[in-house]
Design a protein around this ligand. Structure first.
Ligand SMILES: Cc1cc2nc3c(=O)[nH]c(=O)nc-3n(C[C@H](O)[C@H](O)[C@H](O)COP(=O)(O)OP(=O)(O)OC[C@H]3O[C@@H](n4cnc5c(N)ncnc54)[C@H](O)[C@@H]3O)c2cc1C
Length: 414
């Protein structure tokens, strides 16, 4: 591999049209290289996928779009996504009691109401203001300068008391990390908090799948081949699903971590986090605002009335509620979730229709400390790997890893 440009030979084959593969392909095309993306599935996007179910817009697991991600700002014309925001802050539910959390640097009065309601003490609110101010204003790179520890340890170092960590951070972050022990890297936590403080959480009008569609639309026509799985890599290039060898000067593997390790033996596979999202259709909205709800008792990670963000997510006159739990869809779990939702929303959920359940077994890579935040993509001569498992488990991480692969490939080929 490597070598000179030949007639009919692709410069680069990118394996996988998720966010990482699409970003990589875009940057390579912009450098004038001949690129072909081979995607196993019937559409682009990988984990960023949206389906229509019973007239509802249903993503393959609840996820949010953050406008502060540098890669997002740099490469997507956001207006085309017709984004609508969630309310800033979120509601913490403890039985039938709901406490509103607000960012103390932006809504100090609301943040103080959290204090008054007993959620935290003055020390916690002061630490929250300091953390949020530091995360929002400090340079992103500073986070690399300190040794990485778990989020639990990092929060203790910021001065938060254990009861506040348990009642506030742990329920909320379980929905971000997809684990509820706060074992995830403190560096990643810092980046999450930074992007929340600086940006706005939103959803595209057509669902999260609109994001990869927009990324793909920036590629020259015919760049992406769908339903074209790559079976293996060879010294010349790749072998497709029909056993044909397709030569290429370089191959970028932009698949999930397990497939990447099959195609590139020896590659480390991090453990993964699983999440299940229940989509319920209700005849009335249980909450008249687009606000994330978390549960102090951790019976679910988060819940949101999606149709309050975009009315078009549900048929007219109905409300679509997405509720995520950690792990798979266990026996009786949906019933238990429904009961918890009845308590939290203060409404009868018995008549809610479960329209679909989405379990994503490898939704996110585990990001345990020390987390490098970004890894080299060049594995051997002419072979590269990118994806969220090589950076951070997020849209930002996937795009940044794809961009890094493009830089490293271009440095070798051009
Ligand atoms: C439920 C859920 C909630 C999330 N919430 C958020 C959130 O709120 N905010 C956030 O920033 N991130 C969130 N994420 C994470 C984010 O979606 C991922 O980090 C990102 O989409 C990963 O992109 P990727 O390109 O690295 O991998 P993938 O999306 O997995 O793409 C890999 C692609 O490779 C293809 N492929 C696999 N094998 C082959 C093969 N042999 N040949 C050809 N193609 C192949 C696959 O079909 C797929 O299209 C969430 C993820 C999930 C699942």
């Amino acid at each position: 591999m490597g070598g000179r440009r030949g007639r009919g030979i692709e410069d680069v084959v990118v394996v996988g049209a998720g966010a990482a593969g699409l970003a990589c392909a875009r940057d390579l095309c912009a450098r004038g290289l001949r690129v072909r993306v081979r995607e196993a599935g019937d559409r682009v996007g990988g984990r960023l996928r949206t389906d229509r179910v019973e007239g509802c817009v249903v993503d393959a697991g609840f996820q949010v779009f953050n406008t502060a991600y540098p890669q997002v700002r740099g490469r997507l014309p956001l207006r085309e996504l017709r984004l609508r925001p969630f309310t800033r802050g979120f509601l913490l539910c403890d039985g039938d009691r709901r406490t509103r959390f607000a960012d103390p640097t932006k809504a100090p009065r609301q943040a103080l109401s959290g204090l008054v309601s007993g959620l935290g003490g003055p020390r916690d609110i002061a630490a929250l203001a300091a953390l949020t101010g530091f995360a929002a204003l400090g340079p992103a790179g500073r986070v690399r300068d300190v040794p990485d520890v778990s989020t639990r340890q990092a929060l203790s170092r910021y001065g938060f008391r254990d009861p506040f960590v348990e009642r506030f951070f742990r329920p909320f972050l379980s929905g971000v990390f997809l684990e509820d022990g706060l074992a995830t890297s403190g560096r990643f936590f810092h980046l999450v908090w930074r992007s929340m403080a600086r940006g706005t959480l939103c959803l595209p009008a057509a669902g999260i799948g609109a994001v990869p569609d927009l990324l793909a639309s920036a590629l020259p026509p015919g760049t992406v081949a769908l339903e074209s799985p790559v079976a293996q890599l060879t010294d010349e290039g790749i072998v497709d699903g029909d056993g044909r060898v397709v030569p290429a000067r370089a191959v970028v593997v932009a698949t999930d971590a397990h497939t990447a390790a099959r195609l590139l033996p020896g590659l480390a596979v991090p453990p993964h986090r699983t999440v299940t999202t229940y989509y319920h259709l209700a005849s009335r909205s249980p909450l008249g605002e687009p606000t994330l709800v978390t549960d102090v008792r951790r019976r679910f990670a988060n819940s949101v009335v999606l149709s309050e963000v975009h009315p078009g997510y549900a048929p007219r006159g109905y409300a679509l509620v997405a509720t995520s739990v950690l792990g798979g869809d266990g026996d009786g779990q949906e019933k238990a979730v429904r009961a918890a939702l009845a308590e939290c929303y203060g409404t009868d959920t018995a008549g809610w229709e479960l329209i679909t359940t989405r379990t994503v077994p490898a939704a996110l890579p585990a990001m345990e400390p020390p987390l490098p935040l970004s890894r080299r993509t060049r594995v051997t001569a002419g072979r590269y790997v990118c994806g969220d498992h090589r950076a951070t488990g997020s849209l930002q991480g996937a795009l940044a890893s794809g961009a890094r692969a493009a830089r490293e490939v271009a440095a070798d080929l051009l």
